[in-house]
Design a binder for this molecule. Sequence first.
Ligand code: BDR
Ligand code: CA
Length: 315
Amino acid sequence: TTKIILDTDPGIDDVMAILFAQAHPDIELKAITTVYGNVTIENATHNALYLKQKYKLQADIVTGASKPIVRPPVGPTVVVHGEGGFGDVKVPAEVEGQADPRPAYQYIIDAVKAEPGEITLVAIGPLTNLALALQADPTIVDLVKEVVVMGGAFGENDHRGNVTPFAEANIHDDPHAADMVFTASWPVVVIGLDVTEQSFFTRDYLDQLRDDAGEVGQFIWDVSRYYLKFYSEKVGLEACHVHDPSAIAYVINPELFTLREGPIRVVTDGVAEGMTIQKFDGRTYLHDDWMEHAPQKVGVAVNDSELLALYRSSI
Ligand code: BDR
Ligand code: CA
């Protein structure tokens, strides 16, 4: 089994990912660290505590950053995930249990030091907590097993951005943090729009999940109503993309994905703010500091039917 800390801004597809990680026997969900993004940090932590109570999760819940490191906050994406983050599903105002007293970055540092080489960080929101952990203790790069990120878009198959023509939401929310995480010398795998927009949860697929997968299937169906409405009205799709659950699928079965290697940078300001770029041509240039950075891996293709079957059989 792979021990993970799931860094998340729940969020409808985040819930789909959390319940996937919880359901699959090959994953041990050690902690959920929260981050602003789809919702405010208060909301994100509240939603995580609610899921812990509702599904009796063993995972620690830990509160993370409330804003990006450098850029001004973009703000919650109410149109995609609803006021509270779970679409039309209202989370009760009172939930049992409490978040760990440490900030998420400190929890991450403590956890990877306690179990060197054992923990995979899976980030499915803005990368602020991971960057803060790197800033506070750069030695963690040698202690983390792997960093798996849902974010970015590398221009394969015309998938370049979803919040601007050239930027994906998680990276656009904190481009400076993302650039730190991608250029650090720990092993990073980035599952971006190039692959997450190749897999679709259709209405039929979600109906089946509701019919076959008990209470969890029903809950996923319930939260997905609002998301499908957004996709139908704003994207013109009668389905939703499989963003955050794809990062979990990678942890369970990396063979579902085709990866490409090379250093990754993020554009931190200007017209292409939040754009992700990978250098993979192997050439050296006259002015070239790219090769100083660790080669990382980017997903460029996915076996979508197997991914969808894996999700269905796990939930
Ligand atoms: C990412 O942005 C958020 O809206 C989703 O939860 C996902 O993590 C997709 O661009
Ligand atoms: Ca997310």
